[in-house]
Design a protein around this ligand. Structure first.
Ligand code: CA
Length: 526
């Protein structure tokens, strides 16, 4: 076995007055820190892994600095070497959304990175799929059980006849009826569903199953002209639709048989597709984090940020999201916007979200979970600083509202405004057109989606070791001193290209770990 690793404290910026303890299991009181961020410091308390230690004596009211920004104010005097836990900190107030620096930072010089390619499925609208899936769009939750049986039969009976099709996905959700469908916020879940059915991994093949009496009628979900790609209505054949309440259906099996019959021409067209070499600029990578700990912002998220820069340099698209986890870093975002108009879009989205939270009488501080705090993240201000590192360093080129779809010219780094909830963020990034998902976790989550490959990045070696068949990449090697942020970011970039090409499968794909689509519906339910 390897010898016990030396005590290690990690400081993110020279101006920080706290560092986090990296060692598995934390460090006991009395530990004398060797060379590094805390040379000669003697721990006054036992400090758990991922938690903060004071590097200097802090006076009551003094700012606790991490990432060179205040992540809290000391409630009492804190002696050097003490464990700085969340109960010792007051959270700084949220930055007001006015007088912000708008597009003030000059974009860093980033050399183009040509020549990288992956093997993908090119769609008629120019988007590129990384998987070749038959999706069954549904208008309402009522049909979900029937679609599930149909999908199982398609998989068992039809897919062996169409070997180039990777799978069949029922786009099940909780929306469609019992909702205030004309309320102002209702457009968000409706356009989200519409755009998910047009995700690049479904090849432009849209098959809809409806109940018949629901509020969300098929033509409202997919109005004529909403397809940028092929539409059977263009050929005068109407929307390709199976309506369960159709008089022709006698008994459950006739409904299932209808869905199978309608699926066949879609499967035949999907089956004829072949992967071909495309430039890495066709990547649309959604990044997010879930089950975060204090290492998220030290290892995994910085590595993802480096990967994001590589993808942007290769001409691709990276989306970052999670409104409540960027709110405390709003100044950094508005200053990084490519133009003042983009900065205004960021402010507009975050202001809308502030109001949405106010309606529920909460604010961004409702975001942090018990697990975040146990993992060393004291509050949302600290979590936000570690979260936005995922976006890398390039200029923010555009902004998407929840449920919107990327346009062909929206390349580079995009802020897709979404809640931070893992499944809702993932669902909205799917609607935006994501074809690979990169997900970092410190506490650990088995998260996966049926619609796109989800690459999971562990923040700590301990998690990567215990969850060896769930975590695809171990960014804990950065804290262990075995890899640099840049090396891991490059490794991740190559892994993304391999997964996009179908050369590698993620653990979530191998186990078929599929979380539900969860729509963001700010409108009332009836
Ligand atoms: Ca999340």
């Amino acid at each position: 076995m390897s010898s016990t690793p030396a005590p290690l404290a990690i400081r993110m910026h020279p101006a920080d007055n706290v560092a986090i303890i990296a060692n598995d299991g934390g460090l006991p009181a009395g530990t004398c820190m060797p060379a590094g961020a805390a040379t000669g410091l003697v721990l006054r308390d036992k400090v758990p892994q991922g938690h903060k230690v004071a590097l200097v004596d802090l006076a009551a009211g003094q700012a606790v600095i991490r990432y060179n920004v205040p992540v809290g104010f000391a409630r009492q005097a804190i002696a050097a070497g003490s464990w700085v836990h969340e109960r010792l900190l007051d959270i700084p107030p949220a930055r007001e959304l006015k007088d912000l620096p708008m597009a003030t930072l000059e974009a860093p010089a980033m050399e183009a990175l040509p020549g990288y390619t992956f093997e993908g499925y090119v769609n008629r609208d120019g988007s590129v799929g990384t998987r070749n899936l038959l999706a069954i769009t549904t208008t309402v939750q009522c049909v979900a059980g029937v679609v599930k049986i149909a999908a199982e039969r398609i998989e068992r009976e039809l897919l062996p006849l169409y070997p180039n099709v990777d799978g069949v996905v029922g786009l099940e959700h909780s929306y469609g009826c019992g909702v205030a469908i004309d309320a102002p916020g209702a457009e968000i879940p409706i356009r989200t569903l519409r755009h998910i059915s047009l995700n690049p991994n479904f090849g432009g093949e849209v098959l809809v199953v409806s109940l018949g009496c629901e509020k969300l009628q098929p033509d409202r979900l997919l109005p004529p002209g909403s397809f940028p790609i092929q539409d059977s209505r263009d050929e005068g054949k109407g929307l390709d639709l199976v309506c369960l309440q159709d008089d022709a259906h006698v008994g459950l099996m006739s409904m299932i048989d209808s869905i199978l019959e309608r699926a066949k021409p879609h499967l035949a067209r999907l089956n004829a597709r072949r992967r071909q070499s495309v430039p890495a600029s066709a990547l649309v990578v959604g990044v997010q984090c879930g089950g975060s700990d204090a290492f998220s912002g030290v290892t995994a998220n910085p590595a993802v940020g480096h990967m994001a820069d590589l993808i942007v340099r290769a001409g691709g698209t990276v989306m970052f999201s999670e409104n409540t986890e960027v709110r405390d870093a709003v100044e950094q975002l508005t200053s990084r916007a490519a133009t003042p108009a983009v900065a205004e879009d960021i402010v507009r989205e975050l202001a809308w979200y502030d109001q949405y939270l106010e309606r529920g009488r909460v604010d961004r501080t409702a975001n942090t979970t018990p697990g975040n705090k146990a993992g060393g993240l004291s509050n949302i201000a600290e979590k936000a600083m570690g979260s936005i590192i995922k976006s890398g360093s390039s200029a923010i080129s555009s902004v998407l509202s929840p449920g919107e779809k990327l346009k062909a010219d929206q390349k580079g780094l995009v802020f897709a405004a979404t809640p931070a909830s893992d499944f809702i963020c993932g669902t909205l990034q799917l609607a935006a057109g994501m074809n690979v998902h990169v997900f970092t976790t410190g506490r650990g989550t088995p998260y996966g989606l049926a619609e796109v490959p989800v690459i999971k990045v562990a923040t700590r070696t301990d998690l990567a070791r215990r969850w060896h068949d769930l975590m695809d990449i171990n960014a804990g090697r950065i804290a262990d001193g075995q890899a640099s942020i840049e090396e891991l970011g490059l490794e991740l970039f190559h892994f993304v290209l391999d997964v996009a090409s179908g050369r590698k499968k993620t653990w979530a794909e191998q186990w078929k770990l599929h979380n539900a689509l969860v729509l963001f519906n700010p409108a009332p339910i009836t």
